[in-house]
Design a protein around this ligand. Sequence first.
Ligand code: GZL
Length: 334
Amino acid sequence: MNGFLKQRFGFIWLVLFLAACQSDAAAITEDTVLLSNVEDGIIAYEDLVVGYSQIGAESEWRTGNTASIKEAAENLGVELIFSDGQQKQENQIKAIRTFIAQQVDVIGVSPVVETGWDSVFQEAKDAGIPIILVDRRADVPEDLYTTYLGSDFVEEGRNAARVMVDLLGGEGDIVELVGTVGSAPAIDRYEGFREIIQDYPGMRIIASQSGDFTRAKGEEVMGDFLQLYGDEIDAVYAHNDDMAIGAIQAIEAYGLKPGEDIKIVSIDAIRDAFQAMIDGKLNATIECNPLLGPQFFELALKVVNGEVVPKWIPSEEEIFFPEDAEEVLPTRKY
Ligand code: GZL
């Protein structure tokens, strides 16, 4: 029996017991005190059954995010039903429908793309199961999800541009490796970057293409850019470190020095990005925190116990540079 049913069963037992105690055994009337909030009516972590629909395993960031969610469930004693969507929306929708059939207490989702979620989220709402968006937002009416726990991707794009302006002195030709097409981070990092560089006419984005957040695709697309533009390219803006690391490989194969001949700014702040900065091949990484597991389950518990939570809980994030890399790398958890 999942936590939701335990709570309701416990509540029904309690009210029936109180009713039976009454000398006249009166029927339950609207005057019956509904004591659903007694201490043992509150769901604990050990009672919680949570379905989690994860995007896939496309990047080191995602690996760290999944580890954080699974470790937190283990540590808290939460029953976690975890599904890897392999970066396909249809797999995530199937998983959510399965969670509904299993009557879990809460559904966590990291939507691979922003659109196409309305009907399955409505099904969860009709089943009385709250949805918590984790990491990425979905473009749905606000009544179809309870809260969003994740980064401000537009600000991450702005920060990447601010660093790039400094690196290039306000002048330069940039190629952009975009994240998964249609995903919230790709849309917002694209927008945030342009919001800042539009004030610097000398800074031009001469090419922009999706590398789908993966190293392999990042290397492939960067290779194409180098065939087209060669040493005209002054810098790379990569929407995540995995694509930046792929680009580093392509730049070296082309015979140029990444981090020197071509500057590189990316996002996530994974361990390999710190190593690339130590090696002088990456010029900055903007943190995007994947370690959301503990916060997610804390939110889930609050939501199931009827507490009001903010509609968006943004993550705290920093910007890291090569001079910090040596000292910070040992402290990084993903
Ligand atoms: C951002 C997250 C992105 C990372 C990528 O919150 O959704 O997806 O930046 C990951 O590394 O693949």
